[in-house]
Ligand binder design. Structure first.
Ligand SMILES: Cc1ncc(COP(=O)(O)O)c(C=O)c1O
Length: 359
């Protein structure tokens, strides 16, 4: 039996979206591919009023996090670590030989602009990395406020954002927030199968990339730009064409729903789960910084999350245990992608029944 996914990626993919992949294959040097990628590009720009380029790349989000580290850090990057994925990004930069500094807060806490201000005031950095939504802890970092700080006091520092588990589910501004680069994966709030990732890039980030040595090959953004601009709308190597079909189809669905409505739906689902969690458990994320795509819940009742998930599995659903060391101490419910409030209510009703809550 298929288990409906209430996990923070991969998320549930609707049947019509799954079917949209099953189109005849085309060559990636054919006009039909350029038309497909061009259509994706048009739809992105209808959704987001931005001058930034939006690229689709065949890799998961981690690949494009590596691309961001390799292409845009020239001098030194400040990483902001508040959980497993923001730590991963710092590790990626370090393993690519980049000089980095790190601000680290306890898991469950958010990164605040004043922490960044203190560190950037040393004048050592040209790049700042922020994880908009730390999936391991359910924390939303204040990217907008951080962008405002940079615009006001550190205009030469590039702001690079991991929006992997928030893009299409939580608001992000490009020029308006002062964000230079955004990385996102298909298998999260896009509600697509895994396998492609997207990266948005500001004009000045390309200027930075020109100064950076050893950008690599597969993830060189200047090569991406060349194929995109000149062919046009092509990719350096053979892309996951079936997923491009699905992305094009899903972007039409998102345009139909409307981005604001999509954000509202995510907020509504998050609000419902948070109220339930506060009533019977406690929230793991610092107050005021709770994610709208995934809620991490403190297991204050000592429930066996493994057993709960097994029984949910028998009923055709799955949630997530806590990440890494937070296993059994926390558990996570994702309200991400195309999931509806009705489906969330159904999940919660089943949890209530299984562990005898509210009855
Ligand atoms: C916030 C965040 N960043 C990065 C990643 C890595 O993305 P991917 O698995 O697409 O490489 C994840 C995956 O869960 C994530 O949640």
């Amino acid at each position: 039996m298929h288990k409906k996914l209430f996990i923070p990626g991969p998320t549930e993919v609707r049947e019509d979206v799954l079917i949209s992949q099953a189109a005849p294959m085309i060559g990636h040097r054919m006009k039909s591919f350029s038309d497909l990628y061009g259509s994706i590009n048009d739809k992105f720009h209808k959704l987001f009023k931005t001058e930034h380029e939006i690229y689709v790349h065949t890799s998961s989000g981690t690949g494009l996090m590596e691309a961001a580290s390799r292409n845009f850090i020239n001098k030194k990057a400040l990483h902001t670590v508040c959980g497993a994925f923001s730590k991963r990004w710092a590790d990626i930069s370090k393993s690519n030989g980049k000089e980095i500094g790190v601000i680290e807060v306890d898991m469950g806490k958010a990164i605040k602009p004043e922490m960044i201000d203190r560190e950037l005031s040393k004048g050592e950095y040209d790049t700042l990395m922020v994880t908009q939504n730390e999936t391991s802890t359910g924390v939303k970092n204040p990217v907008k406020e951080i962008g405002e700080l940079l615009k006001e006091k550190y205009p030469d520092v590039l702001l690079l954002v991991d929006s992997v588990s928030s893009f299409m589910g939580m608001e992000i501004g490009f020029e308006t927030w002062g964000v230079d680069v955004v990385v996102a994966s298909s298998q999260k709030a896009f509600a697509l199968p895994p396998g492609i990732a997207i990266m948005t890039i500001s004009k000045r980030s390309f200027e930075r990339a020109k100064e950076v040595k050893n950008r690599g090959f597969y993830f060189d953004v200047l090569k991406m730009k060349k194929y995109f601009d000149e062919k046009p709308y092509q990719t350096l190597s053979t892309p996951a064409i079936s997923l491009f079909y699905a992305l094009d189809y899903q972007l039409s669905r998102i345009l139909n729903e409307g981005l604001d409505e999509r954000y509202r739906r995510h907020k509504e689902m998050a609000g419902f789960v948070r109220e339930w969690a506060k009533r019977y458990f406690a929230l793991f994320a610092e107050q005021g910084y709770e994610s709208d795509t995934v809620t991490a819940i403190k297991n204050t009742r000592g429930v066996s999350i493994k057993d709960l998930n097994n029984e949910l599995g028998n009923r055709g659903m799955a949630l997530s245990n806590g990440y890494g060391a937070l296993k059994e101490k926390t558990f996570r419910i994702a309200h991400m992608g195309d999931i509806t409030l009705g489906e969330i209510k159904d999940l919660i009703a089943n949890i209530n029944e299984i562990i005898n809550l509210g009855v």
